[in-house]
Design a protein around this ligand. Structure first.
Ligand code: PLP
Length: 379
């Protein structure tokens, strides 16, 4: 099956008891057993639930993989991967990361004796040079958040494979519509389902996808043991959102292209980060591994103080000033004080997350209205 068909059908079958075409919300914590141990595949909803199972199978299918696990948040999914590590293990990861990933790495798992190296993962040879016997995991995000660098997924996969290191790609910004890291050699794909996948800013959820049964079993153990599981209502909403993922992504990409082009020639703007520009430093990698360039854009305002940046950020009429991304509605965000507030100033500024940087999640509204809003806010 092709992507659009999978988005609508994968993992879903008419309900065997009623014929309901849409997967029912199985709002149950437990399941009847005929005699002890004799059940129909479901025992207790922390481990498995039919609505969630449909979502997990659909997500796995969209990433061309066999196994999916849905979580109560993207961070719960990340937490579960990190539980595979042991004291003394080391992790190599990017220096431009989602703030919450940076926080769980440094403020939670460093306390358990795990060391994280934050490096430029757009340079595979640099990553290779840092690998030691202690390296157990490489974790990358691409496009990076918020400076939209592109990491060569296949090149890092070769480094990970040569060193026998687990390789995880956070695919939240691209969504499975734009790129499929498992096809390029990743062992696990992580998603914040909250963003493009669910797509309507109405649920918080996460996911892990893998093609390795062995890894799936290990991840499922921690999943069930620790309990970061989502409810059936949220699973239903995510499944419903996915049915239009391909349509929404096309519109996000088209609007993104127009917004990026508009912003680049605007006199108030010093810099536009968007991988679709031919002079973007990793444009060739983006072209090679992505189907299109997405709707995430960051801008640096020219000679603008923090106060004036706040003023501009608060003057939009259609774009909402809010954290998060990937919903049908356009959002703007001030990473330095919002999504990336948990990263120390000197650390974030080193990779360009300055006080006058604004991140834009371009929605699927009419492009004329979006451009008019940007024009009036940037006067
Ligand atoms: C939002 C986000 C996360 C965390 O996911 P939640 O669903 O908010 O827990 C992780 N990585 C990236 C790139 C994100 O944008």
């Amino acid at each position: 099956m092709k992507f659009a068909t999978k988005a609508i059908h994968a993992g879903q079958h008419p309900d065997p008891t009623t014929g309901a075409v849409m997967t029912p919300i199985y709002q149950t914590s437990t399941y009847w057993q005929k005699s002890p141990g004799e059940h129909q595949g479901y025992e207790y909803s922390r481990g498995t639930n039919p609505t969630r199972k449909a979502l997990e199978d659909c997500l796995a299918s969209l990433e061309n993989a066999q196994f999916g696990l849905a979580f109560s948040s993207g961070m719960a999914a990340t937490d579960t991967v990190l539980r595979l590590l042991r004291p003394g293990d080391e992790v190599i990861t990017g220096n431009d990361l989602y703030g919450g990933s940076y926080r769980i790495f440094t403020k939670v798992f460093e306390h358990y004796g795990i060391t994280f190296h934050f490096v430029d993962v757009t340079k595979p040879e640099h990553v290779a040079s840092l690998i030691s016997k202690k390296t157990k995991l490489i974790w990358v995000e691409t496009p990076t958040n918020p400076t939209m660098q592109i990491v060569d997924i296949a090149a890092i996969a070769a480094v990970a494979k040569a060193a026998d290191v687990l390789y995880v790609v956070d695919n939240t910004f691209a969504s499975p519509y734009l790129q499929n890291p498992i096809d390029l050699g990743a062992d696990i794909v992580m998603h914040s389902v909250t963003k493009y996948i669910a797509g309507h800013s109405d649920v918080v959820m996460g996911a892990l996808v893998t093609n390795s049964e062995e890894l799936y079993k290990q991840l499922f153990f921690y999943y069930n043991a620790c309990g970061g599981t989502p409810g059936p209502q949220d699973s239903f909403l995510a499944l419903r959102g996915i049915k239009t993922l391909h349509l929404r992504m096309k519109a996000h990409c088209e609007n993104g292209r127009q917004v990026a082009t508009f912003l680049r020639q605007h006199p108030k703007i010093e810099k536009v980060y968007w991988p679709g520009f031919e002079d973007h430093p990793n444009h060739d990698v983006a072209k090679k591994q992505m189907r299109d360039f997405g709707g995430m854009i960051s801008i640096v305002l020219k000679n603008t103080s923090l106060q004036d940046t706040f003023k501009i950020a608060s003057s939009f009429k259609i774009f909402s000033l809010a954290e998060s991304l990937g919903g049908v509605e356009s959002l703007i965000n001030h990473p330095a004080t919002m999504t990336h507030g948990s990263i120390p100033k000197e650390v974030r500024e080193k990779v360009g997350v300055v006080d006058n940087l604004i991140r834009i999640s371009v929605g699927v509204e009419d492009i004329d209205d979006l451009l008019a809003d940007l024009k009036q806010a940037l006067v």
